[in-house]
Each structure stands twice: as structure tokens, then as C-alpha cells.
Write a protein that binds this ligand. Structure first.
Ligand code: PGA
Length: 256
């Protein structure tokens, strides 16, 4: 079980232009109190085009909110049209970068090798990667969840030092639960998150396994957040659509 604060992350996906982003963050921060930030680490992951505006807002209003990105290149700079480098993100005070989200794996062909390169690039720039892993509906129905997750965790984390591992967050997101309204039950989510922790323990030792925070993601709502967060191996949530509504996101944060 991880010892630090739970991490509640809002993955906005391809939603909100920079003006809408400012409004959403202002509304969210208005709903949160300093005791929320004392108890929980809270991070939003807007699209790239919003990052500078939100960074300025966080700095200007001295908010305790953390800034995250949804993706990044593994290259440092150069002729890579359309890519954004980790150093550019670090310069904007980005703390967390999602790597290997199932939408990137499934829709944009990201392989485990690519995900690993991105994860290392994020770590090189002193940011924390949120490594997403998860099973498809077919894998779930044919009881291949553990095989899938084992492979993804191994290829994402094998060979990392303790120092590197301690910066990593893992998000277990069953693909069949993302955007579908069908979340995994708290006990299903706990079983897989506990399995993930055991793989990390085999890879990096029990201390590393206790430090790495494991989030659950997939149709998290105010109505299921409490039960999910009550599970011993769930140390936070990666929230998609419910994070686009300041009231819902703040309610979820209240349960942490
Ligand atoms: P959802 O998305 O909460 O809308 O299911 C979660 C995610 O994709 O991270």
C-alpha cells in the first residue's frame, strides 16, 4: 500500500479550448478548500493548447492544483512534426504525464515499446509518468486480464531503479469501463490493483511496491468514487468525463 497522498487526476481528453479550460479550473478551484489539497493531490490534464493558460492561472492565483499532460514525445527536439517534447512540458511546470492511455494504444498505434520510451523520457525530465494499463472486454471475458496487465507492467517498468519507480503512478483502466458507464466493481478493481502491486514488488522490491501509487480509471463518478477509494490497493483515480464538470470532480475529490 502506498504511503503518500491519494492522487485524483482529471483526464480531459480532447475537450475544452483554452478559454473553457480557464473557466473550468477557476470553477474547480473555487469549489476546493485548502484542506482538500492537504489531503489529496489533485491534477488536471488539459489538451496541450491549454497548458500555458492553466499554468499562468495556477501561478497567478497560487493554486495548489497540479498540472498534467495527456501525452508526449520521447524525442528531445528536432524534425518531429506535430510532437511535443517532455522538456517543453517540464518548462510549463507539468508534474504528471499520462503514457500509454488505451485510446493512444488503440487509436494511434502506440506499442508497449513506444510507451516505455515515453515513460523514460518523462522520468528524464523529472516529471511523473502515469502508466495506463488495462484489459479489453474480450480479455476480461476470457480471463486474460492478469496476463495482459502483467505484460504491460513488465514492459513499462522492468529495469527501472528504485528512484525511478518511486516517481511512477500506474493507472489500471479496464478498456471495457472507459466512457461506457460500466465501471469495474470495487472488488474487481482491487483484485487487479493488488496483482499490479505484486508485479511491482517482484520487479523492484516491496519498498518500491509500497511507494508506487495505483489509480483506478474507467467510468468513475461521484456515486462510485468512495467504494473504489476504500480499496487498500487503490491510491487514486483517473477520471475522464466526470472531470469535465467541476461539481462532479470536486465531489469525487471529497471522497478521497
Ligand atoms: P472515463 O475515462 O472516466 O470517461 O471512463 C477515463 C479515462 O479514459 O481515463
Amino acid at each position: 500500500m502506498a504511503d503518500s497522498k491519494p492522487l485524483i487526476s482529471g483526464n480531459w481528453k480532447m475537450n475544452c479550448n483554452h478559454l473553457e479550460a480557464i473557466q473550468l479550473v477557476q470553477k474547480l478551484d473555487f469549489k476546493l478548500q485548502s484542506k482538500d489539497y492537504d489531503r489529496v493531490e489533485i491534477c488536471v490534464h488539459p489538451p496541450f493548447t491549454d497548458l500555458r493558460s492553466i499554468q499562468t492561472l495556477i501561478d497567478g492565483d497560487k493554486m495548489s492544483l497540479k498540472l498534467g499532460a495527456q501525452n508526449c514525445s520521447w524525442f528531445e527536439s528536432g524534425a518531429y512534426t506535430g510532437e511535443v517534447s517532455p522538456s517543453m512540458l517540464a518548462k510549463l511546470n507539468v508534474s504528471y504525464v499520462i503514457v500509454g492511455h488505451s485510446e493512444r494504444r488503440e487509436l494511434f498505434g502506440e506499442t508497449d515499446e513506444i510507451v516505455r520510451k515515453k515513460l523514460e523520457a518523462v522520468l528524464r525530465h523529472n516529471m511523473s509518468p502515469i502508466l495506463c494499463v488495462g484489459d479489453t472486454l474480450e480479455e476480461y471475458e476470457t480471463e486474460k486480464t492478469q496476463d495482459k496487465v502483467f505484460f504491460q507492467i513488465q514492459s513499462g517498468l522492468k529495469g527501472l531503479s528504485f528512484e525511478q519507480l518511486s516517481k511512477v503512478v500506474v493507472a489500471y483502466e479496464p478498456i471495457w469501463a472507459i466512457g461506457t458507464g460500466h465501471n469495474a466493481t470495487p472488488s474487481q478493481a482491487q483484485a487487479t490493483c493488488s496483482f499490479i502491486r505484486s508485479i511491482i514488488s517482484d520487479l523492484g522490491g516491496s519498498e518500491a511496491a509500497s511507494v508506487v501509487r495505483i489509480q483506478y480509471g474507467g467510468s468513475v463518478r461521484p456515486g462510485n468514487a468512495h467504494d473504489l477509494l476504500s480499496q487498500p490497493d487503490i491510491n487514486g483515480l483517473l477520471v475522464g468525463s466526470a472531470s469535465l464538470d467541476a461539481d462532479s470532480f470536486a465531489e469525487i475529490i471529497n471522497f478521497a
